[in-house]
Design a protein around this ligand. Structure first.
Ligand SMILES: Cc1cc2nc3c(=O)[nH]c(=O)nc-3n(C[C@H](O)[C@H](O)[C@H](O)COP(=O)(O)OP(=O)(O)OC[C@H]3O[C@@H](n4cnc5c(N)ncnc54)[C@H](O)[C@@H]3O)c2cc1C
Length: 476
């Protein structure tokens, strides 16, 4: 979207004058970094160094490009190879705005070439396997690549195939959608446009009936943990704006709406306002019958057992059952894992709940066993944060610590767990949930649990250009 279009568009929202919209567009990097959180050291704070060594970055998304830009700024003699299949880069947070009909699909696809300098060796392929004991990896095309230092930035892999009866070609048909639908290697993101169509189909159906709509959330870690609910509220509000309604079910494998109590209760209040949402906690989608329009969930729950006199409490017994729910429309969030090349290598955690995700230290982001390997972004097997906001905060930590290791020093920079989830509770309204390993961590002195129009304006108008021109160039 062009700047003038954004400004015109901005002024259609309540209370945003053309002048304020222009001010938003003109946010200086300093103001922007205050709004987006200042805890990440800037590129200039990362040590500048003339150390040498062959660095290989694997991935072509947010984390890879941010780390690449910062390394090129910090090293006087960079020897960097990037292994990335994609000529196009998808601004994934924008998929939600495409789904809501607020962005055009082309607003979120950028050319990758401009971010990968001519001094960088670009292997347009994917890593198929890693051999960190010998400092090598092999690409899908069969090329053996040696490195001195490795940065893994391969993001996540979707597993739509783990839902029995569902195939990728069903997305966008039979009342089924998923905003996550994309092929990042090909630089395409169909999830936004098909979900906008889905919004319109639900809207059409609601003119003559009260359609049953299910929005799901899986049990695995997921990128942008708020996206399942963003689609829930925006699709509900899309109806409400025209005084239409539907029966919405939020079927989540989780046990609450959000892990932080303040945000959880604020989301519960948003749901009360809609008055047509039923939560099904502990419900994990395992199968779809697209013809009968029936979804099957594995429902896990606890049942009261015998009374334990000594502890003066009831024993709780773990139970599970399959539950079928019929629907007219369903929005599916797929199970996710690290990509096969990482999950099947010795770079992944070998056991535990993070099994398969990259085994990095949660603060230094250095691999716990292979000290010349670092991780950035969603692939990291750390307790919280699979967001672009986290990746932005990882980048200076990874670059600073990698340079320390190259200079034979200990990595001292520590990631605090920062992540951000702009929860769209309605059109024109966002709860900006920012938190870290210790709890809520708002960048701005405002109650973070309060839905606000200003965060909507910031997200929809300012964040995309900040991401595109500043973050991916290592400038914030
Ligand atoms: C619908 C949606 C909404 C979101 N909303 C927000 C939001 O509001 N705020 C926010 O901060 N974040 C949001 N995110 C999350 C954000 O987009 C990701 O957290 C961020 O892109 C992570 O960066 P990454 O580099 O780890 O992974 P990605 O950006 O996903 O990039 C991974 C890259 O690795 C490449 N790759 C994969 N396998 C290999 C391989 N074997 N070899 C080489 N390359 C490989 C892929 O092609 C891709 O280029 C959202 C995501 C989605 C899908």
């Amino acid at each position: 979207m062009k700047k003038e279009d954004l400004v015109k568009h901005a002024s259609t929202y309540e209370g945003l004058s053309r002048r304020s919209a222009l001010k938003m567009m003109a946010l200086s990097p300093i103001t922007a970094s205050v709004l987006a959180g200042t805890v990440a050291p800037s590129a200039l704070e990362a040590s500048s160094s003339d150390v040498v060594g062959k660095i290989v970055i694997v991935g072509g998304g947010s984390g890879a490009l941010m780390v690449l830009a910062r390394l090129r700024l910090a090293l006087s003699n960079p020897d960097i190879t990037i292994i990335a299949p994609n000529d196009k880069h998808v601004y994934q947070p924008g998929q939600i705005f495409v789904a809501a009909g607020e962005y055009a699909p082309e607003d979120i696809i950028f050319d990758n070439t401009g971010y990968i300098g001519e001094d960088v060796t670009w292997i347009k392929d994917e890593a198929a396997s890693f051999d960190p004991d010998n400092n090598t990896l092999t690409t899908k095309g069969g090329k053996l690549v040696q490195y001195d230092y490795l940065v893994v930035a391969t993001g996540v892999q979707y597993h739509f195939e783990q839902i029995a009866g569902l195939t990728i070609d069903m997305l966008g048909k039979h009342g089924i959608s998923s905003v996550y639908h994309s092929d990042l290697a090909a630089g395409t993101a169909d999830g936004g446009p098909i979900t906008y169509e889905w919004f319109k189909q639900v809207h059409e159906a609601a003119k003559t009936s009260t359609p049953k709509v299910i929005c799901t959330q899986p049990s695995t870690p997921l990128k942008c943990g708020g996206a399942p609910q963003k689609i829930l509220y925006l699709s509900d509000d899309f109806l409400k704006r025209d005084k239409l309604t539907a029966d919405f079910t939020f079927a989540t494998a989780g046990t609450k709406l959000f892990n932080l109590p303040e945000i959880d209760s604020s989301l519960a209040k948003a749901q009360e306002r809609y008055g047509n949402i039923t939560n099904k906690f502990g419900h994990d989608l395992i199968a779809i019958d697209a013809v009968a329009k029936k979804a099957t969930f594995l429902h896990k729950y606890e049942e009261k057992g015998e009374y334990n006199k000594m502890f003066e409490e009831y024993d709780m017994i773990d139970k599970e059952e399959n539950v079928e729910i019929v629907y007219d429309f369903i929005h599916i969030v797929p199970p996710m894992s690290a990509v096969d090349a990482v999950a099947n290598s010795s770079l992944g955690w070998q056991k535990g709940s993070a099994k398969g995700w990259l085994e990095v230290d949660k603060e230094t982001l250095q691999h716990r066993r292979y000290k010349n390997v670092f991780g950035i972004g969603d692939t990291c097997g750390i307790p919280i944060g699979k967001t672009g906001g986290s990746a932005r905060h990882h980048a200076p930590i990874v670059v600073g610590n990698l340079i320390s290791v190259m200079e034979k020093r200990e990595p001292v920079l520590k990631f605090d767990g920062y992540t951000v989830c702009p929860l769209k509770t309605a059109y024109g309204e966002i709860i900006m949930a920012e938190f870290n390993y210790d709890g809520l961590a708002p960048s701005f002195p405002l109650d973070p649990a309060q839905p606000r129009w200003i965060w909507w304006a910031f997200d929809i108008y300012a964040l995309q250009p900040m991401y595109r021109y500043l973050m991916l160039n290592g400038l914030m």
